[in-house]
Design a protein around this ligand. Structure first.
Ligand SMILES: *[C@@H]1O[C@H](CO)[C@@H](O)[C@H](O)[C@H]1NC(C)=O
Ligand SMILES: *[C@@H]1O[C@H](CO)[C@@H](O)[C@H](O)[C@H]1NC(C)=O
Ligand SMILES: *[C@@H]1O[C@H](CO)[C@@H](O)[C@H](O)[C@H]1NC(C)=O
Ligand SMILES: *[C@@H]1O[C@H](CO)[C@@H](O)[C@H](O)[C@H]1NC(C)=O
Ligand SMILES: *[C@@H]1O[C@H](CO)[C@@H](O)[C@H](O)[C@H]1NC(C)=O
Ligand SMILES: *[C@@H]1O[C@H](CO)[C@@H](O)[C@H](O)[C@H]1NC(C)=O
Length: 628
C-alpha cells in the first residue's frame, strides 16, 4: 500500500483494503475513486465492493474503480462473485455497475459514453471484461433501499496488447481492412482478430480480411473462438456476422457464415484467394473473434509421407505375409483428397473376400471450399460374435468408426459393426476420418464397400442451390409445382454446426403447402439454446415469424402452409448430438384452394415418451386451424 497517496476517504471506503485510494474531484465530481495501477509484481490484483462479502450499504451514489495500465497494455477483469441487487426489469432502476471499457485513459465524466450496465448474479453478466485501451473504469451505484446483496469481487491483470496484433497489412485510410499476402519473406501462418479484440468490437463496423496465396497454395483459416451474440438464432436474423467467400470478393461463393458463438471452426479455400468479412450492426456488440490463418501448399493436407504416397495408387495388401499390425496399418491407410478425385469407392482389405484379422485401416478425407465428405455404404458385413449382437456400442468387436473435426479435435461421430447397412455419413466440415478395425474376422465376413464423394450440395438435390449461402436452396413454382425436400445427408444423420435454408417462391396468388412425412431433429421443446436443441423454423418472411413455433424432437406426420407466395424453412444444427432430420413434400397451389386435412395429423397420435413432440404438433395443428 502506498499510504502517501491515501487522502481523505469517505466512511464506507474505510473498510476496504485496496491498492491505493484518492478522492477524485477532478475526474467525476462527487465520486469516490479507487485507482488500481499496479499488481506490485504479482500475477494479478484484486478488487471488491465495499464491505464485501457483507452486504454493501445503500446510497452509494457513485464509486469509481479506475484501472490504469501501461501504454502498451490492456486490462483484464474477472469477476469471481457478483451479486448486485437488480431493480424491476432493468439495471438502471436498481443497483448497478456501469462499465467503461473503451477509454484512452482512466478518466471519465458524466458525458463519457459507457458500454453496459451490469446487475443481478454472476450468471447474468459476462464475467470477464477487457479494455480496448490502457484504461478501464467501473462505476458502482447503490440505490436508497437496503438490499442483502453482497456486491462483487474479482481479479485484474494487465496484459500486453501486442499479443493481439494482426499479422497482416492494414490498408491505409481504413479502420479495419487487412491484406495477407503470401511471399518468400512473410511467415506462412499468423493470427487475425475482430477490431479491439479481446475487448468488444465497435458498433456499425465492416471489416475485411483478404488473403492472397501464391500459385498452388491455398488458405486454411481456423476461427478458434467466435463470440458475437448469445443464443441460437439463424444467421439470417443476426446483425453481427462473419462471412467467408471462396475467392477474391463477396461475389464469390460463400463457404462459411458464422454468427452467435462457436469454437474451432475451420475453412479451407479452393484456390489461392480467400475473403473474410466481418459486419457488426447490432446494439449489443459481443467480444468478436480470434482466428489463425495458414498458407499451405495445395498438396499438403497435414498427411504423413506414407499417407501421401498411398494416395496416388490404390493400396496393396500383402496377402502372403502373416498380418503384422504395424505393417498392415501403413499398407491399407488411405488419404483421399478432393484435388485428386471427387468421388470413388473404398472397401475393407481384400473385399469382397474376407478381411484379415488384427488389421487397422484409416481412411482420411480432405475436401475444401464448401465441400463436405459423404460416405454411402453398399455392403456391410463385419464379424460379430453371438454375445456381441445385443451390444449397442461396437466396443471390442470388428468395427468401422467415423470421426469428424469438432472443437479442434477428431470426435467420434458414429460406429458401425455387425451386418446391417449403415446410413450415409457426412462430415461437418472439409474433413472426415474412417477407422476400420478387425480384431477377429472370420471366413464368412466380407467387410464393407462404400462410395465416397466430396459434395457441395449437402446431399440435397431438390431446387437450385444459391451461391451466396453455404447451404441454401430455392424451390421455384415456375420450375416445379410439387416435389420433396429433406435435411442435409438425409436419411443419414445430418452434419453438426450446419444451417440450411429452403426458400419457396410461388407465383402471384399462390402459396405453398408442406407435408412432413418424417421428422427427427434432436432437441426438446421449445427447441432453444438452453436445451442445446437443433431445430426447424418456418417463416412467411426472411425475418423471424412468431406465428410458427420452432420444431424439434421426433414428430409424427404434420403439415405446414404459407400465408402467401414466399415461404422459408430453415434447419439449424449445433455441435452436439444428431438426428436423422426430415423429409417432406411441397406443393404450390392457388391461394383459394383449401387444403383438406388428413385425419391422422389431427388426431396427433403420439409414441410413449413423446409428450413434448405432441405439444409441438398441437401447436402446428392450431396454427393451421387459425390460418384457415
Ligand atoms: C437479509 O438476510 C437476513 C439473513 O439472511 C434475513 O433475515 C433478512 O430477512 C434479509 N433481508 C432482506 C431484505 O432480504
Ligand atoms: C513386423 O514388424 C516389425 C517391426 O516393424 C518387423 O521388425 C518385423 O520384421 C515384421 N514382421 C513381418 C513378418 O513382416
Ligand atoms: C464422379 O466423378 C466423375 C468425374 O470425376 C463424374 O463424372 C461422375 O458423375 C461422378 N459420379 C457421381 C456419382 O457423383
Ligand atoms: C463396391 O460397390 C460399388 C458400387 O456399388 C461397385 O461399383 C464396386 O464394384 C464395388 N467394389 C467391389 C470391390 O466389389
Ligand atoms: C415465373 O415466371 C414468370 C413468367 O416467366 C415470371 O414473370 C415470374 O417472375 C416467375 N416467377 C418467379 C417466382 O420466378
Ligand atoms: C422422401 O419423401 C419422398 C416423397 O414421399 C420420397 O419419394 C423419397 O423417397 C423420400 N426420401 C427418402 C430418402 O426416403
Amino acid at each position: 500500500m502506498r499510504r502517501d497517496n491515501v487522502m481523505e476517504v469517505s466512511l464506507f471506503l474505510l473498510a476496504l483494503e485496496i491498492t491505493f485510494i484518492v478522492v477524485g474531484d477532478a475526474v467525476h465530481p462527487g465520486c469516490g475513486c479507487l485507482v488500481f495501477s499496479s499488481t506490485y509484481g504479482k500475477d494479478r490484483g484484486t478488487f471488491h465492493s465495499p464491505d464485501y462479502p457483507k452486504a454493501y450499504s445503500p446510497g452509494i451514489d457513485c464509486l469509481l474503480y479506475s484501472f490504469v495500465a501501461g501504454p502498451e497494455q490492456i486490462i483484464e477483469l474477472t469477476f469471481v462473485d457478483f451479486d448486485v441487487h437488480k431493480g424491476q426489469s432493468d439495471c438502471a432502476r436498481g443497483d448497478y455497475v456501469k462499465i467503461f471499457i473503451h477509454l484512452d485513459s482512466a478518466d471519465v465524466n458524466e458525458y463519457t459514453p459507457w458500454e453496459n450496465l451490469m446487475c443481478g448474479r454472476l450468471t447474468d453478466i459476462s464475467p470477464v471484461l477487457y479494455s480496448s485501451g490502457p484504461g478501464l473504469v467501473l462505476e458502482f451505484h447503490s440505490g436508497h433501499r437496503k438490499s442483502n446483496s453482497s456486491g462483487f469481487h474479482g481479479y485484474f491483470r494487465f496484459i500486453d496488447r501486442r499479443s493481439f496484433r494482426i499479422d497482416g497489412l492494414k490498408l491505409t485510410g481504413t479502420m479495419c481492412d487487412y491484406q495477407f499476402v503470401s511471399s518468400e519473406q512473410s511467415p506462412t501462418y499468423g493470427k487475425f482478430y475482430s477490431p479491439r479484440y479481446p475487448s468488444t468490437y465497435p458498433k456499425n463496423v465492416r471489416c475485411s480480411y483478404r488473403f492472397n496465396a501464391r500459385f498452388k497454395e491455398r488458405i486454411r483459416v481456423v476461427f478458434e473462438e467466435i463470440s458475437l451474440q448469445r443464443g441460437d438464432l439463424s444467421c439470417l436474423n443476426r446483425a453481427d456476422l462473419i462471412r467467408i467467400y471462396d475467392g477474391k470478393s463477396s461475389s464469390d461463393p460463400s463457404i462459411g457464415l458464422f454468427c452467435n458463438q462457436g469454437t474451432e471452426l475451420e475453412v479451407l479455400s479452393t484456390g489461392s484467394d480467400l475473403y473474410v468479412e466481418f459486419v457488426a450492426n447490432s446494439d449489443r456488440p459481443g467480444q468478436g473473434f480470434k482466428a489463425t490463418f495458414q498458407f499451405q501448399m495445395a498438396e499438403d493436407h497435414g498427411a504423413t509421407d506414407s499417407q501421401r504416397s498411398s494416395r496416388l495408387g490404390s493400396y496393396s495388401f500383402a496377402t502372403q505375409v502373416e498380418p503384422n499390425v504395424s505393417e498392415t496399418r501403413s499398407s491399407c491407410d488411405l488419404a483421399i483428397s478432393s484435388d485428386t478425385s471427387k468421388n470413388g469407392t473404398i472397401s475393407s482389405p481384400l473385399y469382397p473376400s474376407p478381411y484379415p484379422s488384427k488389421t487397422t485401416c484409416r481412411y482420411e478425407f480432405q475436401g475444401r471450399g464448401k465441400e463436405r465428405v459423404r460416405i454411402v455404404f453398399h455392403d456391410f458385413n463385419l464379424y460379430q460374435s453371438p454375445e456381441d449382437v445385443k451390444e449397442k456400442e461396437c466396443d471390442n468387436q470388428d468395427s468401422l468408426v467415423a470421426f469428424v473435426h469438432i472443437d479442434g479435435r477428431m470426435d467420434k461421430l458414429d460406429s458401425f459393426c455387425g451386418g446391417s447397412l449403415p446410413k450415409p455419413v457426412m462430415s461437418n466440415g472439409p474433413r472426415l476420418k474412417l477407422e476400420f478395425q478387425s480384431l477377429f474376422a472370420s471366413r464368412y465376413s466380407r467387410g464393407f464397400n462404400a462410395t465416397y464423394s466430396f459434395t457441395e450440395n449437402f446431399g440435397i438435390s431438390s431446387g437450385t442451390q444459391l451461391p451466396e449461402y453455404p447451404c441454401a436452396f430455392v424451390l421455384n413454382s415456375n420450375e416445379t409445382k410439387s416435389g420433396y425436400f429433406h435435411s442435409p445427408n438425409y436419411p443419414g444423420f445430418y452434419p453438426r454446426d450446419t444451417e440450411c435454408h429452403y426458400f419457396f417462391h410461388g407465383n402471384l396468388k399462390e402459396k405453398v403447402h408442406l407435408h412432413f412425412t418424417y421428422f427427427d431433429v434432436e432437441g426438446v421443446l421449445p427447441c432453444e439454446a438452453i436445451s442445446a436443441s437443433d431445430y426447424v423454423e418456418f417463416s412467411n418472411f426472411m425475418a423471424r415469424d412468431r406465428k410458427y413455433a420452432r420444431h424439434c424432437g421426433q414428430l409424427k406426420e404434420f403439415d405446414v402452409e404459407s400465408d402467401r407466395k414466399f415461404f422459408r424453412v430453415t434447419f439449424r444444427s449445433n455441435d452436439r448430438l444428431d438426428g436423422t432430420g426430415f423429409n417432406a413434400t411441397y406443393h404450390f397451389m392457388d391461394e383459394v384452394e383449401v387444403f383438406t386435412q388428413q385425419p391422422s395429423t389431427d388426431a396427433a397420435v403420439c409414441r410413449p415418451g413423446a409428450a413434448a413432440s405432441c405439444l409441438g404438433l398441437a401447436l402446428v395443428v392450431l396454427a393451421i386451424k387459425l390460418s384457415t
